[in-house]
Structure formats: structure tokens, C-alpha cells
Ligand binder design. Structure first.
Ligand SMILES: [Fe+2]
Length: 240
């Protein structure tokens, strides 16, 4: 039979045991979560590399777009999960190009309308590839929308205004800036100034004004999260 003294002591001992079991369980859970996060990061990098391996001229494009998109989100004061979501979507945004013939991706001249139509299918293909994966945010949807434009002139769905999520507007600007700043098979690099001019020319029409202003601050007068070469963006460092 319990006396008040031995009941207290027993409860204390049980409490200590429970806390120690919880602590050990918690430590194991944290370690397992960290392992899973590493695995996911590695899988994203592997998918990104796989999709660029057929397209050597744009090697590193997705990594740079990911870092620029994340930098824009941080400059706009968006929260951590949104910044991470943009990084993941940036790393995978052109994965659908795996469905475009090699000869078209690497054609050293301007594309015909028929070839360009094939290239344009990559955002929908990317959506289909990524849709079964249960990311924390709408990665597949952002990938599908990265060529949409605020005024409805983009593709594949011609979304406009509020129909276009903010993350997609950010990724669109990052994609254009990086693409213009680097060489392509059919033209030399146009440079960061030309890229910024293009973005500002579309401010409020094709591109979200808030994203354009963040881009201007980040790459213009602000502190860019990367270095520049004469041809355009140099090696990109970590954002924020
Ligand atoms: Fe694209």
C-alpha cells in the first residue's frame, strides 16, 4: 500500500524514466529527420543534374535560378518556408526539358515556331513529373507556372493577375535574369544590365512590380548574393 512518501518517490522515478525515454526518442527523431532532409536535398540535386546533363550549355542554370529566386524572396521579406520552397522549385523548374529532343535544346540557331512549341511543353511536362512527389509546398504547380506572365501573355495556361501565385512570379523573374545573363547555344550572354532592363521594361505588365523592385535592389544598388563576371552572373554564393 502506498504511503504519501513512497507514492511521491515512485511518481518521481516514473517521471524521470518517462522523460529520459522521451528525450532519447526525441533525439532519435531529430537525427532521422536530419537524415531524411539530407536525402531529399541529395535527391533534388540529382534530379536537377539529370535534367541538365543533356543540355550542357545551360549547366548550372537551375542552381543559379534557385539561388536568385531564394535571394529575391528574402529581399521581399518572405518567410523561411517560402524561401526554401522557391529554392526547391528553382532547382527543378526545367526538369520537363527531359522530354525535349537534344537537337532542339542544343540548336545553335534560332528555333522555328514548331521547335519552340515543343520547348514550350516543358513546363507542363515538369508538372507531370513532379506532381506525384509530396513536397511541403506546391513545387509542381510553381514549375508549371514559371513561364506564365502577369498580363496573361505567358504559357501554358495564360494565367494572369491574382491567378498567378507569388512564388511563380518570383521564379519567372529569376529565370529571365539568369537566362539573359549567360550564353545560350544560339546567342552570347547579354549581360546583367540587359537582363535588368528587360525586367524593368515589363514591370507591372509581364512581371510583378514588387519582384522587379526586389530584383533591382538585389542586383543593382543593393548587396547582391553573388559575384558578377563581364559576361553576366559569376559564381553564385548562398543567399541571405
Ligand atoms: Fe523553363
Amino acid at each position: 500500500m502506498d504511503t504519501p512518501w513512497n507514492k511521491d518517490l515512485r511518481d518521481q522515478i516514473i517521471g524521470l524514466g518517462e522523460r529520459s525515454v522521451h528525450k532519447s526518442y526525441y533525439t532519435q527523431m531529430r537525427r532521422r529527420m536530419a537524415e531524411l532532409e539530407d536525402l531529399l536535398e541529395g535527391a533534388i540535386a540529382a534530379l536537377s543534374t539529370m535534367s541538365e546533363i543533356r543540355d550542357p550549355y545551360t549547366g548550372g542554370h537551375q542552381q543559379r535560378v534557385a539561388e536568385l529566386a531564394e535571394g529575391l524572396a528574402r529581399t521581399m521579406g518572405l518567410d523561411g518556408p517560402t524561401c526554401r520552397l522557391l529554392h526547391v522549385a528553382g532547382m527543378l523548374h526545367d526538369i520537363g526539358k527531359i522530354s525535349v529532343p537534344f537537337e532542339i535544346l542544343n540548336k545553335p540557331r534560332s528555333l522555328t515556331e514548331a521547335e519552340f512549341s515543343l520547348v514550350r511543353t516543358h513546363s507542363e511536362s515538369g508538372y507531370e513529373i513532379l506532381r506525384p512527389l509530396r513536397f511541403e509546398g506546391p513545387v509542381a504547380e510553381i514549375v508549371r507556372e514559371h513561364h506564365e506572365r502577369l498580363d496573361g501573355s505567358g504559357y501554358p495556361q495564360g494565367l494572369r493577375g491574382d491567378g498567378l501565385r507569388l512564388e511563380s512570379r518570383i521564379l519567372a523573374v529569376a529565370d529571365v535574369v539568369e537566362a539573359m545573363s549567360f550564353h545560350r547555344p544560339y546567342r552570347p550572354a547579354l549581360g546583367i544590365s540587359a537582363a535588368l532592363e528587360e525586367i524593368l521594361a515589363g514591370r507591372g505588365t509581364r512581371f510583378d512590380p514588387r519582384v522587379c523592385d526586389a530584383c533591382s535592389a538585389l542586383l543593382g544598388e543593393g548587396r547582391p548574393p553573388f559575384t558578377f563576371s563581364r559576361d553576366g552572373l559569376g559564381s553564385l554564393g548562398p543567399c541571405g
